[in-house]
Design a protein around this ligand. Sequence first.
Ligand code: HEM
Length: 357
Amino acid sequence: MIYDSAPTRRSVLAAAGAGLAVTACTRADGDLAGRRGPGRHGVRQAGVTTPQQRNALVLAYDLDPALRGAEGVRALKAILREWSRALDAGRPASLTATVGIGPRLPARLGLPVPAGLRELPPFPGDRLDPAHCGGDLIVQLCSDDARILRRTALRLAEEEPLRPRWSQAGFLPPAPPGTTPRNLLGFKDGSSNPTPEECERWVWQGDATFLVVRRVHLRVAEFGRLATDRQEEVIGRRRADGAPLGGGREEDDVDIFAKTPRGRYVTPLGSHARAASPRLDAGARMLRRGYSYDNGPDDRGLLFLAFMRDPNLFVRVQRRMAAQDELSRFSEHRGSAVAYVLPGAQRGERLGAGFLP
Ligand code: HEM
């Protein structure tokens, strides 16, 4: 059976304990071509619960704006057929391609809008560059080899009615096998991702899901000048090992209600772990699969990529971050996109067969 496990700290530790192959960047022995799901076609796209590869390239395209209605549907089907073919043919090791539809496309083509697919609202503090936002089609390519990503992107861009809109490359720093990679602030990022069971509940909607992309510029030097304990107060976890501030291990959840004997919150009110806590969302979780990006000395940060069954979860967390999270002082959102990640396709079939019969 095709099955890959969510890239959680917990599952990776279990895999390591069981003697399975666990290579750099929390990569368990997983399937890269997709995963069996419960829906009508029974396949989910790879690149969601696939353990993270070393490199990512996110691409946004627009369909030729002259194409509308039935003509647009035909063009989109042809693109997805060609992409499915290109990706089926000799998929290099570790490459995943995850394809999503942007919020404006369905209505323009007269297709039903998948429930939950809509533009993200503006957030306080956003500094979005419209040239790096949105898109009719969003593709997340991931591979351990960055050259393969660029080669694959060139093949995808060959389709005639497509206009490249923006793209962003991302990377993970080398990390010892079975450990969570660190972001540019030097903190482990991804420690508290959902377990496979939690992904069933909170990430998948049948065999589909939603992808939220944010290019978050980070003031790395400014943050780096803070003393380590201040940095930890901002993040809400320990820098050295990623454990909650009250102690314990990296895989432990942050208890935002815990207090010190003197009555202060162990996890500060302004910390990121508090603003992002699933306890404030009735337990709802997103699967974060972010990468660092480096566009030169003036623009480095987090290429935030997260999958969830309802993009409103992102909206709620981001609103709390804007209101109370000290990390907002060290970050600036410059790019944004949301996409409906189509159910996967069996080998030889066209992606989006259920959505575009
Ligand atoms: C500003 C750039 C950001 C940085 C540097 C950052 C970094 C981190 C770090 C270091 C952690 C703790 C380790 C972990 O649990 O993975 C974390 C947790 C988390 N972050 Fe972020 N993050 C950023 C932005 C965001 C955004 C924009 C969101 C969503 C709106 C988000 C959602 C979360 C969630 C849901 C958690 C897990 C909370 C928990 O389950 O305890 N983060 N982040």
